[in-house]
Design a protein around this ligand. Structure first.
Ligand code: NIG
Ligand code: FE
Length: 412
């Protein structure tokens, strides 16, 4: 099946084959093609060019994009989209003055979501998650990473990952899954953290690997959760099963997790609200992508990741939503791109690069996603008629995604 998009006002993020990620300096540039066409063959981008060179073919589907932008779909490389229920009550606690850490200390937080998820049937969990997935697809997300970590028992962690894999069968959005057994210490292991780490490494991981339920491994490396030694153990165990790390670090404290992640060739280190000089140094020249999560900062009132400092130091940077019930009950990548500009001092070019090509790297799909490149998967978004791509972050909180193409098919 062939789809031809014509009269595109601006085709955005046009890249040669082979570009895998952009360093700080390279992020300043966002290549575009004005007055363009784009041809999709089956599920791939077959070609594109200026309207003067439009091919004379009979396409099965023709789309007129007069006045509109066409971008590669957003890539959301860090989410917890599979969860049960919500944490609206904690939202109220927060309004009444409790901090995120205080709520967790009094039995709320991650273990609260785990309790609810353990009691939720797999089919019900699937339906709740499917609704969120369909919502983010409409907002232009074309690839998404989904973590476990609200199970905290072998059975419930497996349930989460099975649901995430099942979602892939339902929609042509690209999904990668991450095993986050080490998200919080279950109450039963309050005085036996090593016992829980052993359960993760010796029971959960082998079963997950056997059933091919995860692509990556994660741990919440943070004071009061898991320390550096735990992080090393979990990353080491993941390595045995070929699972690279994508780890939660430096959300509230800098305790050396970034260096550990880099030493283990983690694919990404995520959150990074609190960054010391040595954390930035550790990332220089590494193959680990730093990932910022600005909607989490917005929702739980914590500092934003110092993106300017990282980019100016030459580091690449990716952006993601962290969609989850506790710290970011929102999966809107458009909002994330806006927040990056408004609160983190990133330019629209930097923010769009961070939400597409660099985000694809953070998900391990940079060869097939994240840019308008011949041969890449045709996951695209078509905007409303808008003046320029910079209008997307400028017009914050508004929805300008008109149409969505996933694997070459119009889905919105
Ligand atoms: O990425 N910080 C750790 N985990 C999630 C939030 C978990 C929750 O509060 O439910 C995050 O912010
Ligand atoms: Fe997270």
């Amino acid at each position: 099946m062939k789809t031809l998009i014509r009269n595109i006002k601006q085709l955005v993020q046009v890249r040669e084959e082979g570009i895998e990620k952009l360093s700080g300096e390279e992020m300043a540039t966002l290549p575009t093609l004005s007055n363009a066409w784009l041809l999709i063959n089956d599920y791939k981008i077959e070609g594109f060019g200026g309207m003067e060179s439009i091919p004379h073919i009979e396409a099965d589907v023709e789309i007129d994009a007069t006045g509109k932008m066409v971008l590669p779909s957003w890539v959301d490389s860090h989410t917890h989209l599979v969860y049960a229920g919500n944490r609206e009550q904690e939202f109220i606690d927060k309004i009444n003055g409790l901090t995120y850490e205080e709520i967790a200390a009094k039995g709320g937080g991650i273990v609260n979501s785990a309790k609810e998820l353990q009691q939720t049937e797999e089919e019900e969990l699937f339906q709740q998650s499917l609704q969120r997935l369909e919502q983010v697809i409409k907002m232009g997300t074309g690839a998404i990473e989904i973590k476990s970590g609200y199970g905290l028992t072998t059975e419930a962690e497996l349930k989460m990952l099975r649901v995430a894999r099942k979602l892939q069968k339902r929609h042509p959005i690209t999904i990668k899954t991450t095993f986050l057994g080490a998200h919080a210490l279950p109450k039963e292991y309050k005085d036996n953290k090593q016992g829980y780490i052993d359960l993760i490494c010796e029971e959960m991981l082998p079963t997950i690997a056997e059933e091919n339920l995860a692509d990556y491994i994660d741990i919440f490396c943070e004071q009061g959760y898991f320390d550096l030694k735990d992080t090393e153990q979990v990353l080491e165990a993941g390595k045995k099963y070929g699972l690279r790390g994508k780890i939660h670090v430096n959300q509230f404290n800098s305790i050396g997790g970034i260096k550990t992640g880099v030493d283990y060739h983690a694919l990404s280190v995520d959150h990074l609200e609190v960054m010391k000089e040595e954390d930035i140094e550790a990332l220089k020249g590494s193959d680990t992508m730093p990932v910022a999560l600005p909607s989490c900062s917005l929702f739980i009132n914590i500092p934003y990741s110092p993106a300017r400092k990282m980019i100016d130091a030459g580091l690449p940077l990716a952006l993601a939503t962290d969609y989850n019930p506790g710290s970011s009950p929102n999966g809107n990548m458009n909002l994330v791109v806006s927040l990056a500009c408004i609160k983190m001092g990133m330019t629209p070019e930097e923010a769009i690069n961070a939400a597409t090509i660099n985000a694809a790297y953070a998900m391990g799909i940079q060869k097939t996603h994240g840019s308008i490149t011949k041969g890449k998967t045709a996951n695209l978004l078509i905007t409303d008629p808008i003046p320029s791509y910079g209008f997307l972050p400028y017009s914050f909180g508004n929805n300008h995604i008109d149409q969505v193409i996933l694997a070459g098919r119009l889905v919105k």
